[in-house]
Unconditional design. Structure first.
Length: 547
């Protein structure tokens, strides 16, 4: 084996264990070497360790040395996306799909890349190619990654999501070996059940904002709660609050997947709850080593993990009815109300609309979901609403200059001028919550609903009109609206959706109250009851069962 190959193997080993900064440091002294593989590895390590601007040069060099290097195109696309160059990223994805037309991963990233910048000319063709690639893959394939999250925002069948989730999980967990099994045992009187939440988002992040009050309400006499963090501490008030709420945080950010598994085992965790699933920065495949007797997926990813090492997925009767069990690799465990927790302590005070550049007299239709969730069918419906409601304007979350310009062009093709659409720039969470209160009606997206976006709008007192879909991601808003006492805002067809928005606009019924649906104390009790039932079955040596 050559010295170069040994170096590359060492870097690859680091990256497979998600030690990206270490891989970048290892390769940096050899950045002058004219090897496409070395340049690609170096670029990927830089990108994944939070240095996308520096990653572009090595990745371009890799392509100069090997112009058909699919992995280099992928890594370059990811770096460009981070740098808000989404149209350029989409072209990289297009090249990948051209080079590998049968690849599910390539077709998924192409479709998602076009969605990121609202380029819909090839929307239907992208979908056909993606669905055909999924169907053509053997059920036991494991050579694809990154697909589940991209698929969630696109029209698909739940069975397709299950297939690609299994495929991706097999790929991501390859090489990980189970630890020696530790059986669940009954707790002695006064002994607490040890529960660990695994995530990289215990800072100023939506997951932390949703979870923090439930953590504060956990029964400390019956449960020992710890956070297992593979993410940063940003020093924010939310970061400090969630750490106080848990009482104990185990920082595993510097550990490999194997190391995280061993840390969980060393901490004698009884139930581990992964809060990330198939989302960016996830380490859920550390659970492939089976560090805990009971392993659970909740909150972070709206769908199945496809992992045979995850016992339960926590949902509710709306997002995960038991009739949908065939679409999940996990066993469904239902909370009695909405699966999504919340924070009743949030104070959202409306400010004058002028603060946000909104006309006082306009009917403000809120589009607070990211651009990739807006499909042509959604945009058609929204533009029909602007025609039907001449006093209305659409207040849409900005997707960056490129995406915003494309949305304005799509609006113009549908007879809507730029004066009818106003874009919301990125702001911190607290400011975002406050500005939502200036909207009149929130417009949900489909097939992927707003999740935290929906609960944020409801917390601000803004009614959300939704179209209920077939899978988890398309039913979250319906679950939240049911909990908030507004099932009248849940629609079954795009026509009904449009009619409901117009009715709200014209008859003033949007002023009807949204009932407080966040009771974190009761939520914590319901969640703990699920944990105890999971544990009781494990102690008896029984397999997971629907709860």
């Amino acid at each position: 084996m050559t010295a170069l190959q040994e170096l590359l193997n060492a870097a690859l080993s680091d990256m497979r264990q998600q030690r990206y900064a270490e891989a970048a440091a290892l390769l940096a002294p050899f950045a002058h070497v004219q090897s496409s593989e070395l340049q690609r590895y170096y670029g990927e390590a830089l990108r994944r360790s939070g240095r996308p601007q520096e990653a572009v040069g090595p990745l371009m060099q890799a392509l100069a040395l090997k112009m058909d290097d699919v992995d280099a195109y992928l890594q370059l696309a990811f770096a460009l996306q981070t740098l808000q160059m989404k149209a350029e990223a989409a072209e990289c994805f297009r090249t990948v799909a051209t080079l590998q037309p049968a690849s599910v991963m390539a077709q998924a990233y192409l479709a998602h890349g076009d969605q990121q910048c609202a380029r819909w000319a090839d929307f239907e063709a992208n979908l056909v190619a993606l669905h055909q690639a999924i169907e053509a893959k053997p059920d036991d394939a494991q050579d694809e990654f990154g697909v589940p999250f991209t698929l969630v925002g696109l029209p698909h069948q739940p069975s397709q999501l299950l297939k690609v989730a299994r495929m991706s999980t097999r790929y991501l967990s390859r090489g990980l070996q189970p630890l020696p099994p530790v059986p669940a045992r009954a707790k002695a009187p006064g002994e607490r059940l040890r529960v660990a939440y695994l995530s990289g988002d215990f800072h100023a992040h939506a997951t932390a904002a949703l979870l923090v009050e439930t953590l504060e309400q956990h029964d400390r006499e019956r449960f020992e709660v710890m956070l297992v963090s593979h993410g940063p501490d940003d020093g924010s008030a939310l970061s400090q609050r969630i750490r106080r709420a848990a009482g104990h945080l185990l920082d595993v950010s510097a550990l490999s997947l194997d190391g995280i598994a061993r840390a969980l085992r060393d901490a004698a965790v009884d139930i581990v709850i992964d809060l990330k699933g198939h989302t960016a920065g996830s380490r859920f495949t550390a659970l492939a080593s089976r560090p805990a007797p009971v392993q659970v997926s909740w909150l972070g990813f709206p769908g199945t993990s496809g992992a045979d090492f995850i016992d339960y997925l926590i949902g509710d009767p709306v997002v995960t009815p038991h009739a949908h069990a065939p679409d999940y690799s996990e066993t469904i465990a239902q909370l009695p109300g909405c699966y999504q927790p919340g924070d009743s302590q949030r104070q959202i005070t409306p400010l004058p609309r002028a603060r946000w550049g909104l006309p006082e007299s306009a009917l403000v239709l809120l589009g607070a979901n990211p651009v990739y969730k807006i499909t042509p069918a959604v945009w058609d419906t929204w533009m029909h609403l602007l025609h039907a409601l001449p006093e209305a304007l659409l207040w849409q979350l900005s997707g960056g200059d490129q995406a915003d310009a494309q949305l304005l062009a799509e609006a113009a093709q549908r007879g809507i001028g730029p004066d009818r659409i106003l874009f919301m720039p990125p702001v911190d969470m607290a400011t975002h919550w406050q500005r939502l209160a200036s909207a009149d009606i929130a417009l949900d997206t489909w097939p992927c609903n707003g999740h935290t976006t929906t609960s944020d709008a409801l917390a601000a007192g803004v009614p959300v009109v939704t179209l209920k879909g077939d899978g988890f991601a398309g039913r979250v808003a319906a679950s939240l609206l049911t909990a908030a006492g507004r099932p009248d805002l849940i629609c079954e067809t795009p026509q009904a959706y449009g009619d409901r928005v117009c009715a709200l606009a014209r008859d003033g019924s949007r002023a009807l109250p949204i009932q407080p649906w966040i009771d974190s104390r009761q939520f914590a009790r319901d969640l703990e009851a699920l944990y105890e039932r999971m544990w009781a079955r494990a102690v008896q040596g029984l397999p997971p069962a629907p709860l």
